[in-house]
Design a protein around this ligand. Structure first.
Ligand SMILES: *Cc1c(COP(=O)(O)O)cnc(C)c1O
Length: 420
């Protein structure tokens, strides 16, 4: 099972598109809320469970506000993301600041908000001390290197730019303790878009064992572990969503086997998932401009890779449906393209779809995370609007489309000439 159908008929889309031109992204509020509740319920045995929504996946304040109402925090990696979280009232330890290659100024802002600061490198200890000062609570991002195998999206941990190594991690905590830190967390993120639930159970084991080691060898009792994000979603029709109940059960068994006997209970466990929270409940809606016969048959949309770059960037599969043609046989082979002067501007290659004609709507599924967020302006393409399909069936615009004036606005500045 994949690709959750968009809860709008072709007639409804036609009426909507007369008011809000395609392309646009639309998110299903009811399903986002329901999914957040399923996640909270699956991990409800965990003391202080929280998912810090990875803001980068869908950086829209209205979405973050909905998730706040469902008990989520925010995982931020830059100053604008921190300010967005603050703008919807997420502050203090409901924010995780997980960044890399971080400027000192952002540590200062994160500290001002009282966010949990998650350090990605041992050099950040001094940087933090010299800028924001040593906080009461600190977290380190752990990179296990060759002790774990990664996956295609994040790569081999040993070749990843993130985190503190196995050799460095103990000294990092001991140094922080010496500098006066009183409370400690431990973070890792070793996979992205991972569909194998076992992988997360193994990550829990790795962190639990490290928690025991930190207690034994450094006398540091962790307050929380952060499992990172990376829970995948079934983009392809033959893929299955991660069974959160099974992951939770596996983690609980390990908690009882490792954490409780070591006297480390209660230990909070948190996640910072983005993709699985909003991904399946966001849709890129576009219209067909032309169907062109060349050496292959090309469906040309009014959306392009500036609206959703995952297929072009990673060769990622996104399911495609044609509203009103759900019951017609998918027997015609198409490449579904955008209008960029880039031949990798394709949403699908050799995809079997119903017969498509100009003017049809085309819905690109699973675009609710790392979709609009990765938008860009190449070829003078303007970012689309974002809409929210609310629980009462009404539709609210939560970000307007960019205008040409927006695009040209950075050309309007004070004359600056530097003589060197
Ligand atoms: C990207 C990222 C996340 C979110 O990843 P998803 O795949 O969207 O769940 C969480 N934490 C960190 C540190 C990240 O870089």
């Amino acid at each position: 099972m994949s690709a959750i159908p968009l809860n709008l008929t072709k007639d409804q889309l036609t009426a909507l598109a007369e008011i809000v031109p395609t392309p646009f992204h639309i998110y299903d509020e009811g399903r986002i809320r329901e999914n957040a509740r399923v996640m909270n319920e699956a991990f409800s045995w965990i003391p202080g469970f929280k998912n810090y929504f990875a803001v980068k996946a869908c950086p829209n304040p209205e979405i973050i506000k909905i998730l706040k109402e469902e008990g989520f925090g925010a995982d931020c990696s830059s100053l604008p993301e921190l300010l967005m979280a603050e703008s919807v009232g997420i502050t203090g330890e409901d924010i995780m600041f997980t960044s890399n290659d971080t400027p000192a100024s952002e540590f200062v802002e994160a500290a001002r908000l009282g966010a949990i600061i998650n350090l990605d490198d041992i050099q950040h200890i001094k940087m933090l001390e010299d800028s924001a000062g040593i906080p009461e609570l600190i977290c380190f991002r752990y990179n296990p290197g060759s002790a774990r195998t990664g996956n295609v999206f994040i790569g081999d941990p040993a070749a990843a730019k993130y985190g503190v190594t196995t050799e460095q991690i103990l000294d990092a905590y001991i140094l922080m303790k010496k500098k006066g830190v009183k409370r400690f967390g431990l973070h890792t993120m070793v996979a992205s878009n991972e569909l194998n639930g076992e992988y997360f159970i193994e990550t829990a084991r790795m962190l639990f064992l490290l928690a025991v080691r930190l207690e034994k060898e450094a006398g540091i009792q962790l307050e929380f572990i952060n499992m990172g994000g990376g829970i995948g979603i079934p983009y392809r029709p033959d893929e299955k969503a991660v069974n959160l109940g099974e992951v939770s059960f596996g983690m609980k068994e390990l908690y009882e086997e490792i954490i409780i006997p070591a006297g480390l209970d209660p230990l909070k466990i948190v996640f910072e998932c983005g993709r699985m929270v909003t991904g399946p409940y966001g849709y890129l809606v576009s219209k067909v401009r032309q169907v062109a016969e060349k050496y292959k048959t090309y469906v040309g949309l009014d959306a392009c890779m500036t609206n959703l770059m995952r297929p072009a960037l990673y060769g990622a599969y996104h399911h495609i449906t044609v509203p009103g043609k759900e019951h017609e046989p998918a027997d015609t082979l198409y490449d579904v393209t955008g209008s960029l002067c880039e031949n990798n501007d394709k949403f699908a290659i050799d995809r079997k779809l119903p017969v498509i004609t100009a003017g049809d709507f085309v819905v690109i599924h699973d675009a609710g995370a790392h979709g609009h967020a990765m938008g860009f302006n190449y070829n003078g393409k303007l970012r689309s609007s974002e809409l929210l399909l609310q629980q009462d069936g009404s539709i609210r615009m939560i970000r307007r489309a960019e205008t040409i004036a927006d695009y040209l606005s950075t050309l309007n500045f004070e004359k600056l000439i530097v003589e060197i």
